[in-house]
Design a protein around this ligand. Structure first.
Ligand SMILES: Cc1cc2nc3c(=O)[nH]c(=O)nc-3n(C[C@H](O)[C@H](O)[C@H](O)COP(=O)(O)OP(=O)(O)OC[C@H]3O[C@@H](n4cnc5c(N)ncnc54)[C@H](O)[C@@H]3O)c2cc1C
Length: 181
């Protein structure tokens, strides 16, 4: 059994708290656990990738509306694969930075595992048992599938699966104004 001053489950908003606490108490021993890529949903498949994808769509709309300002312009093509690749590159760069920070911190033991309570203040994390008087549950949320009749017969995407899949022409509803979809 390993004992820590603090255990944090989740590497999203949790990291603001963990960083602040380590700065205040430099001897703090912390276990940080996340089953997925570090950075939380906001970085890996929420706020940031969605805005990186929305921005090129805004650029397309701006160009389309340029005539209003007396500017003649034409969109010849939109390389949607490049749009997706740019987003994935930006996100993976940040994920790598966070992973390095977590792995190299002298205060932090970083576990890429599912955390599960087995006793009060005690977690099973992979093959380890971790204990602390202070455990932050910064585990976020997960997509809810709305009860829409017939939805279960469709190959729908959620914010968890959309990035892992290549988006086909049929699925690309929000980008349908763009020629390459
Ligand atoms: C598509 C999309 C767009 C969004 N856009 C915005 C926006 O523009 N502005 C905004 O404010 N918010 C936005 N959000 C919401 C935002 O992403 C969340 O509110 C935020 O990420 C929550 O942060 P968190 O730290 O609480 O949890 P999360 O960021 O969800 O992090 C929780 C982490 O805990 C890990 N975890 C969970 N359970 C366990 C376990 N048992 N063991 C180990 N690890 C575990 C998960 O793997 C995850 O990495 C968006 C969300 C989505 C899906």
């Amino acid at each position: 059994m390993k004992e820590y001053d603090l255990i944090s489950i989740g590497t999203g908003s949790a990291m603001n708290l963990v960083d602040t606490m380590i700065q205040r108490t430099p001897s703090l021993r912390v276990a940080v656990i996340d089953k997925d890529e570090p950075g939380g949903i906001c970085l890996t498949r929420g706020c940031i990738p969605s805005k990186i994808l929305l921005y090129p769509a805004e650029v397309v709309r701006t160009i389309e509306n340029a005539r209003t300002f007396g500017i003649d312009s034409e969109i010849k093509n939109v390389d949607f694969k490049k749009v997706m690749k740019r987003m994935r590159t930006l996100i993976s760069t940040q994920v790598t930075v966070i992973r390095k920070g977590l792995s190299n911190s002298p205060n932090i033991d970083y576990y890429v595992e599912v955390a599960e309570f087995v006793y009060p203040h005690t977690l099973k994390v992979g093959n380890e048992t971790l204990k602390s008087d202070m455990i932050f549950l910064c585990t976020g949320s997960k997509p809810i599938i709305p009860p829409i009749k017939g939805l279960d017969k469709l190959d729908y995407l959620t914010s968890d699966t959309i990035q892992a899949n290549s988006i086909t022409r049929k699925r690309c509803h929000c980008w349908r104004r763009i020629h390459s979809c």
